[in-house]
Design a protein around this ligand. Structure first.
Ligand code: XIL
Length: 365
């Protein structure tokens, strides 16, 4: 939307700070009233009763503004891309961990927990080193060696791993077809968990997926897969719900999904939260309406995690720190200024969503 960005910036600049002031400020702005005097928002990691994470990429840690904002507010990080197969596995079968090591070093330097992402993913099954052994007897050994090499490198440094990402079909009818399932059958999932445990005896091992809040059938299949892994004795240690939300996410859907996922008793990771403010719904065209809806959804997600028993609150991870860091405003998904999906604006100022997060978790420590 041309020109939409300015109203967002001015709204963020002048309003929406302070516990519980966020939504009131947005309401006021929506009614054209001047915002209340913003109160200081404490660092998010200081008020949350669980680790507060963000995705981090190497180009972001080179930006001093990003690094300072991350260090002040976040206590966990997930490499956005640098530990993925397409980045670490070279065509000749060798490894390039340079970028991943930089991210791990940034975690150590900022005192943040490191969450590894992701060992096995249907969307990363084009690696030449695997494609050329597709269907060969040595495939499983190469699969094991890959997981041992990557998870083993961060043994004792990664607190957890997304071992298998997005295994479930979008319609909930079984599992996605991929190089891994074609060579190893559906047990590629359990095998990955076994090899990850062999690589790192201490990491919490996650099954991670998305659209679990708006596709109940997919969530049911995801939970059945989790139950089957547990029944097989696979070292499944947690469930990750990416939580990529939109203006159309119905109120209550996130809360219901988190409660449903938590019924297996495993730690829950809200693992990639963002709330796209793009909407072609006329009723949601005003920036204030969108920021308010975003804040309500972020507050609901934070509240849902905080409502779990302490042992099930693994972490709340946003998929980026500032709006401009989001994958949603990079081609092919979008362009700068077209979306405002995160908790901090482009200048690093807390948005209503940040205040709603703080209000939702305050007094839950
Ligand atoms: C995305 C990254 O943010 C992009 O930079 C990259 O180009 C593609 O992958 N679910 C996931 C993440 O599990 O790994 C994806 O991250 C976003 C969707």
């Amino acid at each position: 939307m041309v020109g939409m960005d300015r109203p967002f910036r001015s709204l963020t600049r002048r309003a929406c700070l302070g516990s519980g002031l966020a939504l009131a400020a947005c309401d006021r702005a929506a009614r054209g009233q001047p915002p209340a005097r913003p109160a200081a928002l404490p660092p998010l990691k200081a008020v949350a009763p669980f680790p507060v994470g963000s995705s981090v990429a190497t180009d972001q840690i080179a930006d001093p503004g990003f690094a300072a904002l991350f260090a002040a507010n976040f206590s966990q990080l997930t490499p956005e891309w640098e530990m993925k197969m397409e980045r670490v596995l070279k065509p000749d079968g060798g490894f390039d961990f340079a970028a991943a090591d930089r991210i791990a070093g940034f975690a150590a330097a900022t005192g943040a927990r490191l969450h590894g992402h992701t060992l096995i993913w249907y969307a990363q099954d084009e690696a030449p080193a695997f494609r050329r052994i597709d269907g060969s007897p040595g495939f499983e050994n190469a699969y094991r060696n890959y997981i041992l090499a990557v998870a083993g490198r961060y043994r004792g440094r990664a607190v957890g791993w997304d071992v298998v990402n997005e295994a479930v079909a979008e319609d909930g009818e079984g599992y996605r077809d991929c190089l891994w399932s074609r060579n190893l059958g559906p047990d590629y999932v359990a095998k990955a968990f076994g090899y990850a445990r062999e690589a790192d005896p201490g990491a919490v091992l996650f099954l991670n997926d998305y659209n679990l809040e708006n596709l109940p059938k997919k969530r049911a299949t995801f939970l059945r897969l989790a139950e089957r892994l547990l029944a097989q004795g696979a070292p499944l240690g947690g469930l990750g719900s990416q939580t990529h939300l939109s203006m159309d996410t119905p109120p209550g859907a996130v809360r219901a999904a988190v409660a449903d996922l938590a019924r297996l008793g495993l730690p829950i990771h809200i693992s990639e939260l963002d709330v796209s403010t793009r909407s072609d719904r006329p009723s949601l065209m005003s920036p204030a309406d969108r920021l308010e809806r975003q804040a309500r959804l972020v507050g609901e997600a934070a509240e849902a995690l905080a409502a779990l028993p302490a042992g099930q609150r693994y972490a709340f991870t946003a998929w980026g720190v500032r709006d401009k860091d989001s994958w949603l405003i990079r081609p092919p998904r979008g362009n700068p200024g077209e979306d405002h999906p995160l908790l901090f604006d482009d200048a690093g100022r807390p948005k209503p969503a940040a205040a709603a997060f703080a209000a939702a978790v305050r007094n839950r420590r």
